[in-house]
Write a protein that binds this ligand. Structure first.
Ligand SMILES: [Fe+2]
Length: 311
């Protein structure tokens, strides 16, 4: 599938009021106009797209959908054929849903773990429409999209790897250098970052662990770090630089209880001519000062009762 990146993300939350304040004031997101069809949800802009991240009112802190952007209509048609070929069940987004997402067309399907994915092309945008929620140098979206997401999976099955690599056409990146077992992958057309998505093994648990967003300058990382410290928000990892990417970042917990990794690329990504096997996760910093897994990760039956059944 000719996928560029994660074009948008949707979450469910019981903490919309906190997000309404935290999004602009801490992260620098712009509050977008909510679509007429979905006035009660909170939409954030990170660039000139109509929105990049949506929070929908609900009772569980969880990711609702991951929106993968195909390059154009023809690649979208090919991607849907790929779903047909692999007998992946999907639903076609109707006109109302396409309008809500601000896209031309979309389809929805679940991965073998149960996470909801969407494929789309052509999201609405308006040049020079982004105004950050606070003084901020902006986000490196464009063809990078929102950034990356790390999900927990109760088990690694051959079906999951088949789905990601054979059906979705992801490029393999590696296991990373963490103590756990986390599989990193990136979309077929992404040649600028190491991963768009990762699945971390967490027996008996499921949920979003963190979302990485790319900011335009080191100053944006530093100023966000200052705000997080001033507000005494929970940190997961201090400032540092990963071995596997030329990134400087830190991790803190947002109102939904998953972490945001605020990232600046110190130099362009080096590509992966061979599979990296770093001795350690970070070259400096990234001191773990909080739980690696936040409250957004829980028992599958609690996080996705409609799939795993509330017991
Ligand atoms: Fe990350």
């Amino acid at each position: 599938m000719n996928i560029i990146s994660i074009g948008y993300l949707g979450f469910e939350t019981a903490k919309l009021d906190q997000w309404r304040e935290y999004g602009p004031e801490v992260m620098g997101f712009q509050i977008a106009k909510s679509p007429q069809s979905d006035p009660d949800s909170l939409y954030f802009k990170m660039d000139d797209r109509r929105h990049r991240i949506a929070f929908h009112p609900g009772t569980i802190e969880r990711v609702s959908y991951i929106g993968w952007e195909t390059r154009n209509r023809l690649d979208f048609i090919d991607a849907v054929k790929q779903l047909d070929k692999h007998e992946v069940a999907y639903t076609v987004g109707d006109a109302a849903l396409c309008e809500t997402r601000g896209v031309k067309e979309l389809v929805r399907f679940r991965d073998p773990v149960g996470y909801q994915h969407e494929l789309f092309y052509a999201q609405k945008w308006t040049p020079r429409s982004f105004t950050p929620g606070r003084p901020h140098g902006g986000f490196k979206c464009d063809e990078r999209g929102v950034g990356h997401i790390v999900l927990m999976t109760p088990e690694f099955t051959p079906e999951l790897e088949h789905f990601l690599i054979e059906v979705m056409g992801m490029q393999w990146y590696g296991w990373g250098a963490g103590k756990g077992r986390t599989e990193f992958l990136r979309a077929k057309l992404n040649d600028q970052t190491s991963h768009d998505i990762a699945y971390g093994l967490a027996p008996g648990r499921m949920g979003v662990q963190h979302v990485g967003v790319f900011v335009n300058s080191v100053r944006d990382v530093g100023e966000t770090y200052d705000i997080v410290l001033e507000r005494e928000l929970d940190l997961l990892m201090t400032l540092g630089q990963h071995s596997q990417d030329p990134h400087m970042s830190f991790y803190h917990f947002n109102p939904s209880g998953f972490a945001f990794e605020c990232i600046n690329e110190l130099e362009p990504w080096h590509g992966d001519p061979f599979e990296l096997n770093p001795e350690k996760m970070s070259t400096w910093g990234h001191k773990m000062v909080g739980s690696i897994i936040g409250p957004s990760v829980g028992k599958p039956e609690d996080v996705y009762p409609e799939i795993y059944g509330k017991k």
